[in-house]
Design a binder for this molecule. Structure first.
Ligand code: ISL
Length: 586
């Protein structure tokens, strides 16, 4: 599928290299490990691989802290390995999308080292340096230039004793924010991107790209945020997010990046795939950014549907899902980006818990069916689906009860901040278990050999003991597995125009167990109009349901089902087993 906007028919597979496949026994996955698994990806049928960062990095945030954008961390391999990976993917008709992390660098990046050298450094203004709050002593609590709370706990400001100023870091103190107001910064980023395009990459996933434009006053001031009463007792930071999310110059910067880097395309002038990760993006902004007429990005990752089960204290307090909330949100984005713009579709990534544990049923009885049904509901929507490594096996949360088992900086910092604020270990761990990012980061489960066949050494993060039951070798050998269901879903997208283009309509919005929708194409001069009907039992109880007006679709061809022994539909009525889902084509 070469040619214009090939990404509209594509399915993307995300690899978290550290946890995918270890070729040299050091316990950390690497590029050569990925090269050894390309046939597996080809068998699944995905079109694109998105690699989480493999660049030189102190690994404070597993590579999202980059110290050299144009080299590979020795932990993962060499540039020559990456060239071989690109060639291996292209030879199999697949493409490579790299992670672009340019809201911040590592504090060990030469740009920051130079910036930090002193107030007169030519790169001082490449980052956000500010003096202590007036009337305070720098480095003491409360002297920070603003009261903003970091994504990774604590203040967003780190004191630099030598120069008597603070620098801004929305994430860890080892991830200082770049100052995109400075055109030198932007052009350094564009140069680096062009270098990767010339090397043969096919696109970019842009880390927290909607945080690059900060709201800054004429005098250079940054405002305080409102204090969030839901924070753990003892923590008194404000919410700075309105001052750095979806900022005033975001679209200007994205359009400039498009002109400077993306407009000419990549290999053989083929268009590139761009997807911007945007926590806090609104539907309205997403429509503007992804409208092809804007010439900014192809699609964004929204976080709205990932927030429908968050409690008062946000992600650390997950609640049971209320299905109508999720359906309403998905429908709003399907409809909102129908005429202009494009959706990305995802349930999982390296920051989210495993969806089969979160919204499915990971018991032995229902794990396979629920994993398949969650996949069906997502993949038949309009947009570009993303599969996160192991999702195609129905991998589950590990949910360790002891903080010692975790490695993720967000989890560890949250634990420390909460416990020092007076919360008990039990209370904090009850929040962490179901949602920690490490649930997604346990090693890929290849087979039932020790350490799941991920490594011959000691894995950097323990494997999930479930690998004996859940692994790729068994799944590939079993035609009824989650793997083969995902393979068929991907095949359907490639085979049917209606999956790519059809108009979306949600059915039964208030139903608490059933997720049902249609996709309709009007048909052109050479093809007849078609309706695709998806009906899914999103629960562990059987359900009987009537779908008004859907008798014709229900009499159509059953192109995919989770249960080969399902009861045939009767007019508009259909009865579904627990986690049974069906796709009809009429
Ligand atoms: O994990 C999260 C979702 O609850 C967020 O706090 C997350 O950090 C945010 O979505 C941004 O994520 C991206 O940038 C981070 C990096 O740690 C994440 O892995 C990355 O996906 C900083 O680069």
């Amino acid at each position: 599928a070469h040619g214009r906007e090939w990404w509209r028919t594509a399915v993307v597979y995300q690899i978290y290299p550290r946890s995918f496949a270890d070729s040299d026994g050091d316990g950390v996955g690497d590029v050569r490990g990925i090269i050894g698994r390309l046939d597996y990806l080809q068998q699944l049928g995905v079109d694109v691989v998105w690699l989480s960062p493999i660049y030189s990095s102190p690994q404070d945030d597993n590579g999202y802290d980059i110290s050299d954008y144009q080299d590979i961390d020795p932990t993962f391999g060499t540039l020559a390995d990456v060239d071989e990976l690109i060639a291996g993917l292209h030879a199999r008709g697949m493409r490579l999308v790299m992670d672009l992390v340019v809201n911040h660098t590592s504090d060990e990046h030469p740009w920051f080292v130079e910036s930090r050298a002193g107030k007169d450094s030519p790169k001082r203004d490449w980052y956000w340096w500010r003096p202590p709050r007036p009337g305070t002593v720098g480095g003491t609590p409360g002297a920070e230039p603003t009261n903003w709370h970091s994504f990774f706990s604590g203040s967003t400001w780190e004191w630099d004793e030598a120069s008597g100023e603070y620098y801004l870091h929305l994430f860890s103190r080892k991830q200082p924010d770049l100052n995109w107001e400075n055109p030198e910064v932007r052009h350094a980023v564009y140069d680096m991107m062009r270098w990767w395009v010339a090397r043969g990459v096919d696109g970019f996933r842009m880390d927290v790209i909607n945080l690059i434009s900060k709201v800054v006053g004429e005098d250079g001031s940054l405002p305080d945020g409102a204090v969030d009463p839901a924070l753990p007792a003892g923590v008194r930071f404000g919410d700075g997010s309105p001052h750095y999310t979806n900022g005033p110059r975001l679209e200007e910067f994205l359009a400039e990046m498009h002109r400077e880097v993306l407009a000419d395309g990549g290999r053989d002038g083929d268009v590139l795939l761009t997807v911007g990760e945007m926590p806090g993006v609104t539907l309205e902004l997403a429509r503007s950014v992804t409208d092809p007429a804007s010439r900014e990005l192809d699609m964004v990752f929204t976080f709205e549907h990932m927030g429908v089960d968050h409690g008062e204290r946000g992600k650390w307090q997950l609640r049971p899902l209320h299905l109508p909330d999720l359906k309403a949100n998905m429908a709003a984005w399907q409809e909102g980006l129908a005429d202009a713009g494009w959706n990305s579709l995802y349930w999982n990534n390296h920051d989210q818990p495993r969806v089969v544990s979160r919204w499915g049923d990971d018991s032995a009885e229902h794990r396979v069916s629920s994993a398949k049904t969650l996949g069906t509901v997502l993949h038949m929507l309009r947009g570009t689906p993303y599969v996160y490594q192991g999702e195609e096996l129905g991998m589950t949360n590990v949910g360790w009860a002891e903080i010692e088992d975790y490695r993720d900086i967000e989890t560890l910092n949250y634990y420390r901040e909460s416990v020092s604020g007076g919360a008990s270990d039990g209370e904090v761990m009850a929040g962490i278990g179901p949602v920690s990012r490490d649930n997604a980061r346990t090693p890929m489960q290849w087979d039932s050999a020790p350490n799941a066949g991920f490594t011959t050494g000691t894995p950097w993060l323990s494997v999930n003991p479930s690998y004996v039951e859940i692994n790729a070798a068994d799944a590939v050998a079993d035609p009824d597995s989650v793997f083969h269901h995902y393979r068929r879903l991907i095949e359907l997208r490639h085979a049917l125009d209606v999956v790519v283009d059809g108009r979306f309509e949600l059915l039964l919005p208030e139903h608490e167990q059933v997720f049902a929708y249609t996709r309709t194409s009007d048909g052109g001069p050479t093809s007849r109009g078609r309706t695709l009907l998806v009906v899914a039992n999103w629960s562990s109880e059987p359900v009987a349901v009537t779908l008004p007006g859907q008798a014709r679709a229900l009499a159509g061809e059953l192109v995919l089902t989770t249960h080969l022994d399902g009861a045939p539909a009767d007019g508009e009525a259909v009865t579904l087993a627990p986690w049974e889902s069906r796709v009809y084509l009429a």
